[in-house]
Structure formats: C-alpha cells, structure tokens
Design a binder for this molecule. Structure first.
Ligand code: APR
Length: 230
C-alpha cells in the first residue's frame, strides 16, 4: 500500500473558523508571542498563558472539521496515511483520521509544568488558574512553545523519508523544524501544496501547487489520488 505523508498548518482549519497565526488579523497580531507561547512567558505570568489557551481551547472545541479534514480522513481507506500537523486543534481526529503526529502538541491535553511526560486529558474548556497535577506541580497546556524541543520531530522525519506521495496544506512554512520536513521527502516522489497564498518552495522538485482554499483544493486532490489508485 502506498504511503502518503501530509504536513498541515493553521490554514487547513481556517475555514473551520480558527484563526491562523500570520495571516492578516492572525492570532499573533493580537498577542505577544513572548508573553503567551514561550517558557519565559509562562514563568512571568502563568495566568495570562492559561487565559490565552483557555480562550483558544474554547474556539477549538466549538469548531467543526471542514471538507479538507474530512477528505484527508478518506485517504486512510486507500493509502497508508500519516498526517503530521503543526496544529494544536483536534479537527483531524474529529474528522476520523487515524494516524496523526502532533508536532506542536494538542490543546485538549495538559501536562505537568515540571515533567512533560506527565500528560492529562482536559475535561471541558479550561485549565483552572493554579490547577495542579497529581504530583503537585502546576498544570500547563500540552503544547510546544517557541524555544522548546519538538519531541515528535524525529518520528515525523522518518515518516517523510518513507513517503510515496507528500502533501503540504495551509502552512506558511515559517517555523522550523516543521518547515524543513519537505527536505526529508524523497526527491523523485510527487508533492502537492494546497494554499491560496502558497509560500514559495522553489528548491523542491516534482511539486504541484494548488492555489485554492483547503476546503476546495483538498477534496479535489484527494478524489484525484483515489481515482488514480482505482
Ligand atoms: N486554505 C488553505 N490555506 C490557507 C487558508 C485556507 N482557507 N487560509 C490561509 N491559508 C494559509 C496561508 O496562506 C498561510 O500560508 O495558511 C497558512 C497559515 O500560515 P501560518 O498562520 O503561519 O500558520 P502555520 O504555518 O501553521 O504556523 C506554523 O507557527 O506560530 C507557530 O506554532 C504555531 O504551528 C504554528 C506554526
């Protein structure tokens, strides 16, 4: 069975009503990254960080997967499919995709602020201010902040080296190491990029760019790949 590896970013969830980061009116326009998405920001003002992620978690839990998430979930029936997402939402899970690698964590879980291996499901929208885990350390969102290691990157790199088809959907490719994953995909395999304002990836061979919104471009591309397989 051929293996498809798909790198997704905030753009795939834009039409589900979730803000991207760097588009105009993006999430980072309203907040200082250093205050809400770094370990220093957490040390300085954990309540502000909690409040930022509690708001984002409410938006995520109120959102629905769109046609792009649902189309990707269909691929599981025809290909060995691995979704490597930079997103901390759970819309790929909600759409039914099975094999998902969250490079930047997932907002529906919390972790001990002292031991990142202690991870917990969050019931509802909120981590309460000052809420502690069973070991007595403060709970923080289970997300990777700027300047922190990306534990799943080696797993993601390995998947990319094994890809027969590589897809990039809805990411500005502005943040490493995620943006460097395309370099781990074999040179000669077909690659597709779906993004209405696609970033330039001129150094990549065999790349077809679909300048469309994800909810339009991804279902068309998925149907085409399934058709070719049939
Ligand atoms: N369909 C497809 N792509 C879209 C759509 C859409 N409807 N709307 C916007 N896009 C594209 C934009 O053109 C842009 O290229 O999605 C991309 C969004 O880029 P960013 O906002 O930079 O989001 P992302 O690439 O996921 O950011 C990567 O940066 O801030 C960190 O941790 C955060 O995971 C995030 C990482």
């Amino acid at each position: 069975m051929k293996k498809i590896v798909i790198l997704t970013g905030a753009g795939i969830s834009a039409e589900s009503g979730l803000k991207t980061f760097r588009d105009s009116d993006g999430l980072w326009e309203g907040y200082d990254i250093n205050e809400v998405a770094t370990p220093d920001g957490w040390r300085r003002n954990p309540d502000l960080v909690q409040q930022f992620y509690n708001l984002r978690r409410k938006a995520v839990l109120d959102a629905q997967p769109n046609a792009a998430h649902r189309a990707l979930a269909k691929l599981d029936q025809y290909f060995e499919t691995v979704i490597v997402t930079q997103n901390i939402d759970n819309l790929h899970e909600q759409a039914g995709s099975k094999n998902i690698v969250h490079l930047h964590g997932i907002i529906t879980k919390s972790q001990s602020s002292l031991d990142p291996n202690l991870v917990y499901d969050i019931k509802g929208y909120e981590i309460k201010m000052g809420e502690k885990c069973e070991k007595g350390s403060q709970l923080r969102p289970h997300v990777v902040w700027f300047g922190e290691p990306v534990p799943m990157i080696e797993v993601a790199m390995l998947h990319c080296t094994e890809a027969d088809i590589f897809m990039i959907i809805g990411t500005s490719l502005a943040v490493y190491p995620a943006a460097g994953l395309i370099d781990f995909a074999p040179m000669d395999i077909p690659k597709f990029l779906v993004d209405p304002n696609a970033p330039s990836v001129s150094s990549v061979r065999n790349l077809i760019t679909v300048r469309e919104k994800a909810s339009i471009g991804v279902p068309l591309l998925v149907d085409e790949l399934i058709q070719q397989k049939a």
